[in-house]
Design a protein around this ligand. Structure first.
Ligand code: ZN
Length: 525
């Protein structure tokens, strides 16, 4: 049924309606929160009524609201509220100065937590150790999380509280780094992080709610109308459900439930799935390996500058049992897998689960080979890579990856060519700049922050990048019938860009601005 009168009409713009949609539309009408018409000015103005709000795009470009298919919303919000942000630190001295300043701001005795250091940005490339932290803050426990979130460094007080000493063994799937003297250096990897992180009092509902509000406002300002929280603990699921009930979610969000929590172990599958206008909870999240930037992703060959092949975080039998339970109960499964060893393991698990009505996802999907891509396409698996890593972490990739693997790092071109649905995303706060425009630019240009090309044959077109940041993300959460394109009947989730990305040189994409964001026909930015 075509509504008689529009609430809002956008006119005088350039519209990108979708990769397979009409290219000549200049106007769009919204009624009942959904798109009522898309087309020429005359076609759309036929829906104008006395109360219709007219929005003059003045030549700007209207696109479907962006979908960030993989982000960590509460962690973005943590950095925007109470967590020390050291992502831009360029030296250990810089990290130390920020720690000292933060210590003066928070109550004595409370944990000092920071996030985002990346030693490859420091001139000597050296990671901080507990001695570095002790020299700055020794009267309270300190934990700094590396940019990849798979490694932490602790000061001595944090290690003492966790009972980690000379003779402490690491849990399976984790490592406690030790110096030549056999003493822990303060660096904990993968599951060993949980030995310390579980001691930190969890945020309260109100603290979580403040983080989520800050992060969703931030993403709305980037033109994101649907986002994801890729792995949350049960208490945070409750906060999301409460916020949904109270109308506290300005944009749409797909929240993935963790089944294995570091330091806790397996938590039960949530009792029920949740699907409202703003909130979806019907995906479970697993981790099969670590990250490339810290050499913890599980590779089939050794890293270039580290005597390791990374770490698998789960065994096949354990993952299959948990995945099968979720699959049979109708849950979508999203598994973090970056290295080719991890990707192979996850594909075997998904293949063993069989095809269901829901499509499963591989998060990051950093180093698949041709066989993996063909199998993923056959199994209907959605790839959720971060081309934005090419820009933000390309330097780490060049440092750590052997040439053969570097040539197929985040191979988005090959994914599309193999028939895999691709949902682009930021993985923020792993990257500091989570703008979809930055992510699209990286997917098209394939250059790192130094301007070096990373697997340039894997470049995609701007249309493909727009598609993967809109429709692709909607497919990944099962919402593509409802959003991701500017088609009549779909949700009026919209972003207004200061210029047309298709008419902008890729180098200048990040100079475009998001000037408005609309969700369900309501302006949220
Ligand atoms: Zn992630």
């Amino acid at each position: 049924m075509r509504p008689d009168r529009a609430e809002t009409i956008f006119q005088n713009g350039t519209l990108w309606t979708g990769i397979d949609g009409p290219k000549d539309a200049t106007a769009l009408a919204v009624a009942g929160g959904r798109i009522a018409a898309v087309g020429s000015r005359d076609e759309v103005l036929a829906l104008r009524g006395p109360d219709t709000r007219m929005v003059d795009l003045a030549g700007q470009t209207l696109v479907p609201g962006f979908v960030d298919a993989h982000a960590h919303i509460w962690k973005i919000g943590h950095l925007l509220t109470t967590l020390l942000d050291v992502r831009s630190a360029t030296s250990l001295a810089d990290v130390a100065a920020r720690l000292r300043a933060q210590a003066g701001k928070i109550p004595t005795g409370s944990w000092l937590q920071g996030r985002g250091y990346n030693e490859t940005r420091f001139h000597d490339g050296r990671s901080p150790t507990r001695a570095d932290l002790d020299a700055v803050v020794s009267d309270r426990p300190v934990v700094l999380t590396r940019t990849c979130a798979h490694i932490v460094v602790c000061n001595s007080q944090a290690l003492e509280r966790a009972g980690i000493g000379r003779d402490t063994a690491a849990p399976p799937g984790g490592e406690i780094d030790r110096g030549p003297d056999g003493e822990p250096t303060g660096v904990l990897r993968e599951t060993a992080m949980g030995m310390v992180l579980r001691l930190i009092p969890p945020p309260t509902h109100d603290e979580y709610a403040a983080m989520i509000a800050a992060a969703l406002r931030h993403q709305a300002s980037l033109g994101v109308t649907s986002t994801n929280d890729a792995g949350v603990v049960p208490a945070l699921l409750d906060t999301y459900r409460r916020l949904d009930k109270e109308g506290g979610l300005p944009i749409r969000i797909n929240v993935m439930a963790l089944r294995l929590v570091d330091g806790v172990g397996a938590v039960p599958l949530p009792a029920r799935r949740h699907h409202s206008n703003r909130l979806r909870i019907d995906t479970v999240k697993f981790f099969a390996d670590g990250g490339l930037s810290g050499a913890t992703a599980a590779l089939s060959v050794p890293y270039r500058h580290a005597d390791t092949r990374g770490n698998l975080r789960v065994e096949y039998d354990e993952l299959l049992a948990l995945a099968r339970e979720a699959h049979d109960a109708g849950w979508r499964i999203a598994t973090h897998a970056i290295g080719d060893e991890a990707i192979d393991l996850v594909l075997r698990v998904y293949e063993a689960c069989g095809r269901g009505p829901q499509r499963h996802r591989i998060e990051h999907f950093g180093l698949p080979n041709a066989d993996h891509l063909a199998r993923a396409a056959r199994a209907g698996v959605i790839g959720v890579p971060q081309a934005i890593f090419v820009h933000a972490l390309g330097r780490n990739f060049r440092h750590y990856l052997p040439d053969a693997l570097l040539a197929r790092a985040y191979p988005v071109r090959a994914m599309l060519d193999a028939g895999v649905t691709v949902a682009l995303s930021s993985d923020a706060p792993v990257v500091e700049d989570d703008s979809p425009l930055r992510g699209m630019q990286a997917a098209v240009l394939r250059r790192d922050a130094d301007g070096e090309a990373i697997a340039p044959a894997e470049a995609i077109s701007i249309d493909e990048a727009l598609d993967a940041y809109t429709r692709g993300g909607a497919v990944a959460s099962g919402d593509d019938a409802d959003r991701g394109r500017l088609w009549p009947g779909m949700q009026a989730d919209l972003a207004v860009l200061s210029g047309d990305p298709r008419a902008t040189p890729p180098e200048a994409l990040t100079a475009l601005r998001v000037t408005q964001t609309w969700v369900g026909g309501q302006q949220v930015y």
